[in-house]
Design a protein around this ligand. Structure first.
Ligand code: AMP
Length: 243
């Protein structure tokens, strides 16, 4: 990850005056949107741009599965069906990750919370970790026409080495099956099939979509139009972040 913060942007977004003293607020950015709405690509880019860690719940869970841990085994049985992993399990993983020192100035959280219960857990986790630290919390919703998303999912591939995301329909690798960035092998996620994608959408609409109103009511929600090219969405995302 790029260690150099884009300090101008971070300052512009976060700086505030406290008893005549200028300080930088911790920046907590969470992202909402249906599966394959482009969050993964944009949040990875934003994390690099701002110099904050990209905490991606799906990747953390897949790493847990790969490690063969008991938690990984449990997670796999839910992920393979397109269902949410139990809240205690995923909250513990997130809590341990957000407590690490690289999250002290801020983080980009992708894929958590995914239910109202998880949103409450996140508030509790943040309160525990932050103590008196001043925080700027923002939930960014990727608003997109959902009828194109199943096709996006079945065409999605990712690098088994560096995690770079491709799409055979609109962001194909130069060489079939090979990552442009690191030469790693491109693989399809097991849950990126048509059938499991449908179940992930059902889960999203039942469990996750209510968070849009939840964060709107708290006055911390920003929406962006997530239709269009990667570059177009990136421009809109930067505008919201710098707003
Ligand atoms: P993603 O990579 O974000 O599409 O997530 C892949 C799968 O991991 C989801 O379909 C869920 O089964 C599981 N998962 C990811 N994030 C969470 C979460 N916050 N809570 C429960 N399960 C999750």
């Amino acid at each position: 990850m790029n260690e150099t913060k884009n300090i101008d942007v971070v300052n512009m977004v976060n700086s505030y005056i406290n008893e005549g003293k200028s300080e930088i607020m911790k920046k907590e950015l969470i992202f909402l949107g249906p599966p394959a709405c482009g969050k993964g690509t944009q949040t990875a880019k934003l994390a690099e741009y701002l110099g904050f860690p990209h905490v991606d719940t799906g990747s953390l869970l897949r790493a847990e599965i790969k490690s063969g841990s008991p938690d990984g085994l449990v997670a796999k049985s839910f992920i393979d069906k397109g269902n949410l992993v139990p809240v205690e399990l995923v909250s513990n993983i997130i809590k341990n990750r957000l407590a690490q020192t690289d999250c002290n100035d801020g983080y980009i959280l992708d894929g958590f919370p995914r239910s109202l219960e998880q949103a409450e857990q996140l508030t509790r986790i943040n309160d525990e970790i932050n103590g008196d630290t001043a925080v700027n919390f923002m939930a960014i919703y990727f608003d997109i026409d959902t009828d194109v998303l199943v096709e996006r999912i079945v065409n999605r591939r990712s690098c088994s080495k560096c995690g770079e995301i491709y799409n055979l329909a609109f962001k194909a690798p130069h060489k079939e099956g090979v990552c442009d960035k690191c030469g790693g092998e491109l693989v399809q996620r097991k849950d990126d099939t048509r059938e499991i994608a449908q179940s992930r959408f059902d889960t999203y609409f039942h469990e996750t979509a209510p968070l849009i109103d939840y964060y709107k009511n708290k006055g911390v929600l920003k929406s962006i139009d997530a239709n269009g090219s990667i570059d177009e969405v990136w421009e809109r995302l930067l505008r919201v972040i710098n707003d």
